[in-house]
Design a protein around this ligand. Structure first.
Ligand code: SAM
Length: 285
């Protein structure tokens, strides 16, 4: 029986790799890598000649059998392009398959963007939740943000540069005054941290078009202080959803989840919004 090592690799700075990680990568009989070319750069940098094979999102099902066979013969290391395997990266299924086949699974800890970002964010670190990537579709994004309304723990998410404006705008629409940290290009030459309120973050991203990799760290909801929206805000959010073609029922449910208003009260406002929109199309902004 072999051991499947989950080896963390740098998220930017090539020096961020542990001595143990280098030894394991040298000693295993095979390295399963998300992108063998990316991993080869790291291995060459440290003169490691262990054979590699690819294991990524699109071939992971097909590769599992071969990797389990390799584990019968010796130890295997799993690495992703950056950071800790399995954390918003392939790994979970292979870990399960290896455990089911009776192999040992052992982590070789090191960099992970989530830990690097939350630790330096300045937001509470005693408890936090990691929620991965935000959904792409507007409706799903609104529902997802709504679920964070009552989350009192610091919340950490990953985001791609071309999506971050939209995701931060959705957070700002729901929680304008909450603290937010944008951790960019961690451990790299242009590492920056922007810290402020969600509504200010929208303006910041407009003024500084996002480039590079980001982790978003959102302050939790403050216990005992309810974020109840003003009526004008409820109307504006309803109007925006109705204009997008969201049904009245769904719009009411989404706004109720975000606003601190009951669904019944929001539903009652829908007629007022529709009426005022028909007669005074631009009366409220
Ligand atoms: N497994 C990785 C880890 O442990 O951090 C995460 C992989 S996930 C596919 C890639 C996302 O992680 C990026 O879109 C970004 O949100 C975040 N990320 C990775 N490296 C980063 C860095 N150097 N600076 C900021 N964010 C980073």
């Amino acid at each position: 029986m072999g051991t499947l090592y989950l080896v963390a690799t740098p998220i930017g700075n090539l020096e961020d790799i542990t001595l143990r990680a280098l030894r394991i990568l040298r000693e295993v009989s095979l390295i399963a890598a998300e992108d063998t070319r990316t991993t080869r750069i790291l291995l060459d940098h440290h003169s490691i000649t262990t054979p590699t094979t690819s294991y990524h999102e699109h071939n992971k099902g097909g590769r599992e059998g071969a990797l389990l066979q390799a584990l019968e013969r010796g130890d295997v290391a799993l690495v992703s392009d950056a950071g800790s395997p399995g954390i918003s990266d392939p790994g979970f299924e292979l870990v399960n398959a290896a455990l089911a086949a009776g192999h040992t699974v052992s982590p070789v800890p090191g960099p992970s963007a989530v830990i690097a970002a939350v630790s330096a964010s300045g937001l509470p670190t005693d408890q936090f939740v990691f929620v991965g990537f935000a959904p792409r579709r507007a409706g799903a994004l609104a529902d997802w943000v709504a679920q964070l309304r009552t989350e009192t723990r610091t919340t950490v998410l990953y985001e791609a540069p071309h999506r971050i404006g939209e995701t931060v705008a959705a957070l700002a629409a729901a929680f304008p005054s909450r603290g937010l940290c944008l951790a960019r290009e961690l451990t790299k030459r242009f590492e920056t941290f922007w810290r402020g309120r969600c509504d200010e973050a929208v303006a910041h991203l407009q003024a500084h078009p996002p480039r590079g990799e980001f982790v978003v760290v959102l302050a939790g909801a403050v216990t005992g202080v309810s974020e109840v929206w003003e009526e004008a805000r409820v109307h504006a959010e309803l109007r925006e959803r109705l204009a997008r073609g969201v049904s009245g029922r769904d719009a009411a449910a989404q706004v109720a989840a975000l606003s601190g208003w009951s669904r019944r009260d929001v539903t009652r406002e829908i007629d007022r919004v529709k009426y005022s929109a028909a007669i005074y199309p631009r009366s409220e902004s």
